[in-house]
Ligand binder design. Structure first.
Ligand SMILES: NC(=O)c1ccc[n+]([C@@H]2O[C@H](COP(=O)([O-])OP(=O)(O)OC[C@H]3O[C@@H](n4cnc5c(N)ncnc54)[C@H](OP(=O)(O)O)[C@@H]3O)[C@@H](O)[C@H]2O)c1
Length: 211
């Protein structure tokens, strides 16, 4: 499945690089094809394709959203028709003042996106850890893979995301429908508070043990 990116900073750049490394066909959407951020991206990953957002989305089956949460409506609204039927992986997190939930825990950011794009199959993934772990998901010596929890309403979309996660070295864990996204967003806040404020290593991830 061809993959497009909207947002190519810390998260989008790391994931686009890794997905291209494992042989996926990746196109990064950018409003300015000559911007400094595109030049930085291509300096690191010269084989990545770059196109205008509408072109990148139209040729992809999976679109990865990795923009600042506040930019989501502006980024997604003009692409609403192009995104119909596609899988949208939402990596974004609404973060409010003092590292609180940016939508006051009344609704998740992912549910907001699913409401904006009812014909798009939205899956929240790559959201609960820092980007350092998207650059390198290996944790040698533990005997378990790091878990990546994901959620969404469409089973076929989640199966495709699960397969992608496995190829990237994660243990995929389907935690349920889109209503679970709020809880994943709180997990993100837990991680951010622990790591960015509390001094834990940015290479801190969770594993799942079940019997
Ligand atoms: N940082 C993390 O460790 C981490 C981990 C998990 C999830 N997240 C979430 O992932 C998202 C991206 O975080 P990040 O750290 O990758 O951010 P970032 O490094 O600032 O990158 C943001 C990207 O979005 C683009 N962008 C910004 N405003 C835009 C707009 N109005 N229209 C179109 N594109 C726009 C930027 O393009 P230009 O550079 O050209 O402006 C850049 O490519 C956020 O929602 C964040 O909460 C972050």
């Amino acid at each position: 499945m061809k993959i497009a990116f909207l947002g190519h900073g810390n998260v989008g750049g790391a994931l686009a690089h890794r997905m291209q490394q494992i042989g996926r066909d990746v196109t990064v959407g950018a409003g300015d094809l000559q911007s400094d951020s595109v030049k930085k991206l291509l300096a690191r990953s010269p084989a990545l394709k770059v196109a205008l957002p509408a072109d990148a989305v139209s040729r992809a089956e999976i679109v990865v959203l990795a923009t600042p949460f506040q930019a989501n409506i502006e980024v997604l609204t003009p692409l609403k028709t192009a995104l119909a039927g596609k899988i949208l992986i939402d990596c974004t997190n609404p973060v409010g003042p003092g590292l609180s939930h940016g939508l006051s825990s009344k609704q998740s950011g992912t549910e907001m996106i699913q409401q904006l794009l009812p014909a798009t199959r939205v899956v929240k993934a790559f959201s609960i850890y820092g980007f350092e772990n998207f650059e390198d998901s290996s944790f040698p010596g533990y005997g378990v893979k790091p878990v990546m929890m994901f959620c969404g309403n469409d089973q076929t979309a989640k199966a495709a995301v699960s397969e992608l996660l496995k190829q990237l070295g994660w243990e995929p864990l389907d935690v349920g429908g889109v209503e679970q996204a709020l809880h994943l967003e709180h997990m993100t806040l837990l991680w951010v508070r622990m790591v960015r404020m509390g001094g834990h290593s940015p290479r801190t991830v969770w594993a799942v043990l079940s019997r």
